[in-house]
Design a protein around this ligand. Structure first.
Ligand SMILES: *Cc1c(COP(=O)(O)O)cnc(C)c1O
Length: 366
């Protein structure tokens, strides 16, 4: 990336040698991103991140197929990049079905099937949930939608780089991914659009990204995303195994050391890096502030949309009460984490919980 900020600073749309060198960097990155998900390079559109990829997928299909129908099916546990885009489209005359989930946060393919109408143009269900890690049955959902000729988008921002993804096997038509969720830079992502699927652009301007996303490319960011994709492809299997082991150790350690704690999300069908627990009779915010003082970075069930005191829409959709949702804590593990890190969290978290419970107005003492 540094070379692309200092030496190879050409505009990839320029015909001269400086421009051609930058173009080469962008196109090599496109090949790496495509290879990671089993796509061809021509099916990758670079964006400013996962949020823009979700917007482009959903608005892009809504606009291109509005003559066919104006109904979209999604779920209640999607990222706000999907939910708020759907809410925006509702104001523009589209109708949206927000599917419920079970207690693990899973969407069922038969619910998708039951929601399909003659005017349904798109199903958008995330591949893996960012809060609780639950992996959705996308291949089954695709089968159901395909049999009715409906396109499927999946927000795979959390799944890419964590689990194996092949867009041909899955059969999805559109898939969003993001750089900073796969150890790449922030402010860059991509949308996979299956060959033959037509989307209309959201941003208008030059003919960049085959006319689907106008604006001079973020060359260093794209090159960084390409490198991250290359590394993810090489290291995913071995690092996922290691991270999964640490995840299970952390989950078991918390559940066995802290009374009235429980795991949120699916017990097995979950991202290898995600730990989300509810610890009753304590505030998630208070736990995460105390953890932060001990050098542990976590997030809580109410802080995801930071500043808001509304409990997480994901946890409430799973049937958790507001109290239990407020006492939830999410920790994610990565390549650099070690057994010692997990031991450290397991040594500092129980005393934090005990102290907070002792001063808690919420009732129960630890
Ligand atoms: C992070 C995230 C996004 C947004 O991606 P950005 O690159 O931060 O815009 C969208 N969906 C999911 C599931 C995410 O985890």
């Amino acid at each position: 990336m540094v070379r692309y900020m200092t030496e190879i600073y050409g505009n990839p749309s320029s015909v001269h040698a400086f421009g051609r060198m930058a173009r080469k960097g962008v196109e090599e990155a496109r090949e790496s991103v495509a290879a990671l998900i089993g796509a061809s390079p021509g099916e990758i559109i670079f964006t400013s991140g996962g949020t823009e990829a979700d917007n482009l997928a959903i608005k892009g299909i809504a606009e291109s197929l509005s003559h066919k129908g104006k109904h979209i099916v999604t779920s209640k546990v999607e990222h706000h990049a999907v939910l708020h885009t759907c809410e925006y489209l509702e104001k523009k005359g589209f109708s949206v079905t927000y599917l419920p989930v079970d207690k693990y946060g899973s969407v069922s393919a038969s619910d998708v099937e039951a929601a399909l109408r003659d005017d349904t143009i798109l199903v958008s269900v995330m591949m893996a949930n960012n809060e609780v890690g639950t992996i959705q049955p996308i291949a089954e959902i695709v089968q159901v939608a395909k049999s009715r000729g409906v396109l499927v988008h999946t927000d795979a921002v959390q799944a890419v780089g964590a689990v194996r993804i092949d867009v041909e096997e899955l059969g999805v038509d559109l898939l969003s991914l993001s750089g900073h969720k796969i150890y790449g830079p922030k402010g860059v992502g991509a949308l996979y659009v299956r060959k033959g699927v037509k989307i209309l652009p959201v941003a208008h301007g030059g003919g960049h990204e085959r006319g689907k996303r106008a604006g001079t490319e973020n060359v260093p960011g794209i090159v960084g995303l390409g490198k991250a994709a290359e590394l993810a492809k090489e290291e995913m299997d071995s690092s996922s195994e290691k991270i999964k082991h640490l995840r299970d150790k952390l989950i078991e350690g918390i559940l066995s050391r802290i009374e009235h704690s429980r795991l949120n999300g699916h017990p097995t069908n979950r991202l290898p890096n995600n730990v989300n627990v509810s610890i009753e009779y304590v505030e998630g915010e208070a736990m995460l502030l105390s953890l932060d003082q001990q050098g542990v970075a976590a997030s809580s069930g109410s802080a995801c949309t930071s500043g808001s005191l509304e409990p997480s829409h994901v946890l409430t959709a799973m049937g958790l009460s507001h109290e239990v949702a407020h006492g939830s804590l999410r920790m994610t593990l990565g390549r650099q984490n070690t057994e010692e890190d997990v031991d450290y969290v397991l040594s500092v978290l129980p005393p934090i919980v005990e102290r907070l419970r002792n001063m808690s107005p919420l009732g129960k003492r630890g």
